[in-house]
Design a protein. Structure first.
Length: 278
């Protein structure tokens, strides 16, 4: 494992446990978010063993394709640490109402490969700003992975790769960055990039901080630190078991009703019972 990943893990765990070990009135409520997807024809059969002599295992007709890909995101939260016994629903661990975001990319311009490429900085920041933050009722520690579209800057932050040499010089001088004599454009862009990386928060971090929250990025390759990853598997299993009976009914109205009929009830049940952290 790379040293940088190990360092990231140590820093994550130090901050995570510092929050958990703080006095209840000083703790930030734990929030986790993630994105995933499921295919239209995904299902799970009870008959999992194949027997060539079993008529049920004989394929009749054409095998259906995977169908459309439904992408979704949601956020979960732990129990309110500032309440000894959670009696109200808003104090219990579970799905954060209003954060389920689902869509079916089907336009020609939509990416059909890695589902992460369907999400982008623009639509993720909009969801983070308009759906997640307004539904957080107390100061929270928002944990998410380091997907590229999570780590975007605001529109007012310049992009070093698109800056001219004169623009780089002006930016560096305004921010009192030491400039080497006879520095080339490539060197200046590197200085600008480094200054932004060290001093400018990502847009989600900035938005969260403005409202009294904190963003904590999980280290790469550590899905075990994201319990929502495990929840997705259980949710998909629940969807798969109900797919045959409910999917046709849901899509008869519109695509998003697929999640209203199957996904959301399952996610509520699973999140409430399975929310855990190491």
């Amino acid at each position: 494992m790379k040293e940088s990943v190990i360092l990231h893990k140590h820093r994550f765990l130090r901050r995570f446990w510092a929050n958990r070990n703080a006095l209840p009135e000083e703790q930030l409520r734990e929030v986790m978010l993630d994105e995933s997807y499921i295919h239209q024809h995904y299902h799970r059969n009870d008959d999992s063993l194949w027997d060539p002599n079993d008529e049920q295992d004989i394929q009749v007709g054409k095998v259906p394709g995977k169908g459309r890909r439904y992408c979704f995101a949601a956020a979960i939260q732990g129990a309110n640490p500032r309440v000894a016994v959670a009696m109200e629903n808003q104090d219990k661990a579970g799905l954060i109402d209003g954060t389920v975001w689902s869509f079916c990319p089907q336009k020609k311009g939509d990416h059909t490969g890695d589902y992460h490429k369907v999400f982008n900085g623009k639509n993720f920041v909009a969801w983070f700003r308009d759906k997640l933050l307004p539904n957080l009722r107390q100061p929270s520690l928002i944990m998410m992975d380091n997907a590229k579209y999570h780590l975007v800057y605001g529109d007012d932050v310049p992009k070093p790769s698109k800056m001219k040499k004169e623009e780089c010089l002006t930016f560096l001088q305004m921010n009192q960055v030491e400039i080497p004599e006879r520095a080339t454009a490539v060197e200046l862009k590197a200085l600008v990039k480094n200054h932004i990386r060290m001093n400018v928060p990502f847009e989600c971090e900035r938005l969260a901080k403005e409202q009294g929250h904190e963003v904590l990025l999980t280290p790469p390759y550590h899905s075990d630190l994201q319990p929502i990853e495990l929840v997705w598997a259980m949710v998909k299993g629940g969807v798969g078991r109900q797919q045959a009976s409910l999917f046709s009914v849901a899509t008869a109205n519109n695509e998003n009703s697929y999640f209203r009929c199957i996904f959301k009830p399952q996610i509520r049940c699973t999140f409430g019972a399975r929310y855990k952290m190491p």
